[in-house]
Structure formats: C-alpha cells, structure tokens
Design a binder for this molecule. Structure first.
Ligand code: SF4
Length: 271
C-alpha cells in the first residue's frame, strides 16, 4: 500500500471518490457527522453493507441519521454481488450461508461473513475508481489490532481504495465521538445499553452477557439465532465456542457486559 494520505490531502483530491463506510456503530457514524460538517464542499458517499441480519435498532438509527443529517445512505448487499433477487424471509446472510458455505456458520477462525457480506459488496460498489475510504478508528484506540506498528485497519486492500483516518489525524477520541453524536441530535445507538458493538444480531463475537441481552431485548431474534445452530450435513454448529444457545439460556447467572474498549473484534462491522 502507498503511504496513508492525511485527511486534508484526501478531501482536496478532486479526481477521486470519497466514501464514508457506515457500520451503524458510534465511531463510523460520528465520523460521518464530523466529515459532513467539516468538509461541506466534498461530495461524500455514505455506504452501508447490509447483511440483512442487523439489529432493528441499527436500521432505525441509520434512518434517523438520514432524517437528521439530510444525507442519503447507499445500501449495498451481497445479493447485488451474487446477482440474486431479494426474497421475503431470505437475508443476504442466508443466501451466502446456504448457497456458498453449505450451512457452515462463520466464526472468528472462519470469518467468511465479513468478506462476503461487508467487504465484497463495498468493493463492488466502488469498482475500479480511485477512492478514499474514511475510517472511524479513534486516536485513543488501545485494542491490539489498532495500535501503531500494526497493519492499519482497512476495509479493502484494493490499490484504488486508499484508507484515511481523520480521527487519528485530528486526535479525536471517545469523549469527542460521544460529544459529536450528542450535538448532532443522534446520540449513541440505543443497543449500546445492552451490547458493546454494532453488527449482526447473531455475531459470534458477542460475549455471554450480550447473548443474554439479545434474549431479553429481542427474544424472537434469539430464537432465530438458535435455529441456525441446527445440525446440517451431519454436523452441529454453534455460535458460541463449545456451547449452544440453548445452554446459554439455561445459565442462571446474568453475565456482565465487558467494555468494548477491551474487546477485539471485527473493525469493519463494529466501528
Ligand atoms: S457482525 Fe459479526 S457475524 Fe456479522 S458480518 Fe460482522 S463479524 Fe460476521
């Protein structure tokens, strides 16, 4: 990868597209607020890769973003990528799971979901045009994958898509991110009351306390997540390593929800 451009260098480049990928999480949303305000003359494209399995709160939050900021969000899915028509009751995740991975659920070791449902639809949308992708990695990140000296977090390693880190450039941390969201009228996404990160309702990065939160807040989604664990091709898959969601719901103790700042996960889905 060529050297990482600064925010000022990137926004001044009139020959490239300027993409703000949104995950529905606080950092990417705050970055979009920040960039739209700070650089009103730059034509940003806001892009959300929809797995079809996001939390209802995420869809509502993105709709509120559009209403408050007055900017449309472009939604892309793996269905566009695969040339498959949308059908009621079948999400992009379902299509990829059954038609490409034989019911083999994704996991931290086999994270095909991010590649197929988030990255590839995004790359298809950008195409071969020169583009900057502005990423909401904060200046105060202390998670191992985000620290100096590590490979920088990218949404795509295609040479025509250059990453830019405006929060790092401007030394913006968590307090400023929260303030940006409060001042905009959006506030934090409401699921942060019981879950640490954006992403699919069944995300395997969830901790036990978050699964318990899913059951409390969205019992129907918890049941749907359980249904994916049925045996397929002679194998049983589980979202949580070593135990099924039926085991999780039998736990007597309510587990704490850890701080997102201490958890590694998927920087693309969880920003
Ligand atoms: S949120 Fe989790 S399950 Fe969904 S695509 Fe990202 S890593 Fe995969």
């Amino acid at each position: 990868m060529t050297s990482i451009p600064t925010t000022e260098q990137a926004v001044r480049d009139g020959g490239a597209r300027h993409i703000l990928p949104l995950s529905g999480g606080k950092d990417s949303t705050a970055l979009a607020v920040y960039m739209l305000r700070r650089f009103p003359d730059t034509r940003f494209e806001l892009v959300f890769s929809d797995t079809g399995a996001e939390l209802p709160e995420t869809y509502q939050y993105l709709a509120r973003f559009e209403a408050i900021l007055g900017v449309p969000i472009i939604r892309v899915t793996a269905l566009d990528l695969l040339g498959v028509r949308a059908k009621a009751g079948r999400t992009p995740f379902d299509v990829v799971l059954h038609e490409h991975y034989g019911g083999f659920l994704p996991s931290p070791q086999a994270r095909w979901c991010t590649r197929m449902l988030k990255i590839k639809p995004f790359e298809r949308y950008v195409g071969a045009d020169p583009a900057y992708s502005y990423l909401g990695i904060r200046a105060d990140e202390r998670r191992s994958g985000y620290l100096p000296g590590r490979k920088p977090v990218l949404i795509s390693d295609r040479p025509n898509i250059l990453p830019v880190y405006p929060f790092k450039d401007a030394r913006i941390g968590l307090a400023e991110v929260k303030a940006l969201l409060e001042e905009s009228g959006l506030g934090l996404p409401p699921y942060y009351e019981w879950r640490t990160r954006s992403g699919c309702y069944f995300c395997f990065y969830q901790q036990i306390g978050e699964w318990q939160g899913l059951k409390e807040h969205h019992p129907e989604l918890f049941e749907r997540a359980k249904a994916y664990e049925k045996a397929e091709n002679g194998r049983t898959y589980t979202w949580v390593d070593g135990r099924s969601l039926t085991d999780v719901e039998k736990l007597a103790r309510r587990h704490e929800i850890p701080s997102a700042e201490d958890l590694d996960g998927c920087a693309i889905c969880h920003l």
